[in-house]
Design a protein around this ligand. Structure first.
Ligand SMILES: Cc1ncc(COP(=O)(O)O)c(C=O)c1O
Length: 383
């Protein structure tokens, strides 16, 4: 029997450049500064916490919305950081990473034909998520060169069909961070509309040079219309655990949970217990900015001795560089060449644009051990 012919729901989607570059890095033995994940261990207390939770018998389904102690810990953290109290019972949901939180939020609110604004360059799951929900992605560029939001362009993209806008700060891939004034402008822009804000804040604890993360939770009129999404994977160096959360007003959470319960239903139990316990100390996330700032500074100081032109890095663990002084290759070809011939993997920014817009800028991830960064720098300095 031939297998049934299928009409793809995501005809544009192929193998992502992240997988391609990681595979190429593995094949060639290149230093992988492409995909965004740490190459160092998490705090052993976390691993002990998971082991203990398993030994204590926390191995069955937790409540659908997540382990209550973890939801409480998240509510307390958000209140301490951003001065807004979410109710753990009805406004916080634990998710299988930020990826599932974003997909679930979109599936919960987007109907066929609804428009959802994304600001390009953007994280690669947003557009397929919108398409799976039957929505129409509306791509608005961040300002080329600076990657700052262009509020006139965003305003022009809002129509009666706009159901949501997805904002990501600190921003992957550019490393820009929205200011309080940016968030106020967004608040002002959305005020007369019925648009939901999906606020992707997975890098909330990676903001540098003494600046503060401007969570949507800080701004009352944004918080009232926002799904605020974060990721324990990013904050605690455990990307493979795939645990995140979403905070949203009760009515929005109610709709979110309807989809969540038939999507994953709930998230693995022992990790949640360990995270709840670990969150009792704020130091690990309070110290994260200085931890990553040191890595950023080391990496930038090394790159200063290369022909790459450095773009600013205000947050995240990504550093973008302009490659135009090195050669004329387009971004994708440059990354392949850099991996195979120089031995360092990077990601082309064109991968974050629907139309493959090329500006000769590539992204490095500096969430790496000092030795890894130094090895990569040695190779990059040979250029
Ligand atoms: C902007 C952004 N959003 C969401 C995610 C996904 O987070 P998680 O691993 O928790 O699903 C990532 C991961 O790279 C990201 O960079």
């Amino acid at each position: 029997m031939p297998c049934p012919s299928l009409r793809s729901k995501l005809p544009q989607v192929g193998t992502t450049i992240f997988s391609v570059m990681s595979a190429l890095a593995a094949e060639t033995g290149a230093v992988n500064l492409g995909q965004g994940f740490p190459d160092f261990a998490c705090d052993p207390t976390l691993v002990d916490g998971v082991t203990r939770a398993m030994q204590q018998g926390f191995n069955q389904y937790p409540p659908m919305a997540g382990v209550p102690a973890l939801r409480e810990a998240v509510a307390s953290k958000i209140e301490a950081m951003y001065a807004r109290r979410y109710l753990a019972t009805s406004e916080i949901t634990i998710t299988a990473g930020a990826t599932q939180a974003i997909l679930t939020a979109i599936l919960a609110i987007v109907h066929t034909g609804d428009e959802v604004i994304v600001l390009e360059p953007c994280y690669d799951s947003y557009v397929p998520n919108i398409e799976l929900a039957g929505g129409v992605p509306v791509r608005v560029p961040l300002t080329p060169g600076t990657f700052r939001p262009d509020f006139a362009k965003i305003a022009a993209a809002i129509t009666p069909k706009t159901r949501a806008i997805i904002v990501n700060t600190p921003h992957n891939p550019s490393g820009t961070v929205w200011s309080a004034a940016d968030m106020q402008q967004l608040e002002h822009l959305l005020a007369p509309t019925n648009v939901v804000l999906i606020s992707d804040e997975v890098y909330e604890h990676m903001v540098f040079d003494g600046a503060a993360h401007q969570s949507a939770a800080r701004f009352a009129a944004l918080a009232e219309r926002a799904f605020v999404v974060s990721s324990f994977g990013k904050t605690y160096h455990v990307t493979g655990w795939k645990v995140g959360y979403v905070a949203a007003p009760a009515e929005m959470t109610h709709e979110f949970r309807k989809v969540h319960q038939f999507n994953v239903f709930t998230v693995n139990t022992p990790m949640q217990h360990a995270l709840a316990e670990f969150m009792a100390q704020p130091e690990p996330y309070l110290n994260l900015p200085s931890f990553y700032q040191q890595k950023r500074d080391l990496f930038r100081a090394g790159l200063a001795h290369t022909r790459f032109k450095l773009l600013p890095c205000e947050g995240t663990y990504f550093q973008c560089v302009d490659t135009s002084q090195i050669n004329d290759l387009d971004e994708a070809a440059f990354c392949k060449w850099l991996t195979t011939d120089v031995g360092v993997a990077a990601i082309p920014l064109s991968a974050f644009y629907g139309n493959g817009f090329d500006q000769q800028v590539v992204r490095f991830c500096f969430a790496k051990k000092t030795e890894t960064l130094q090895l990569a720098l040695q190779k990059l300095q040979s250029l």
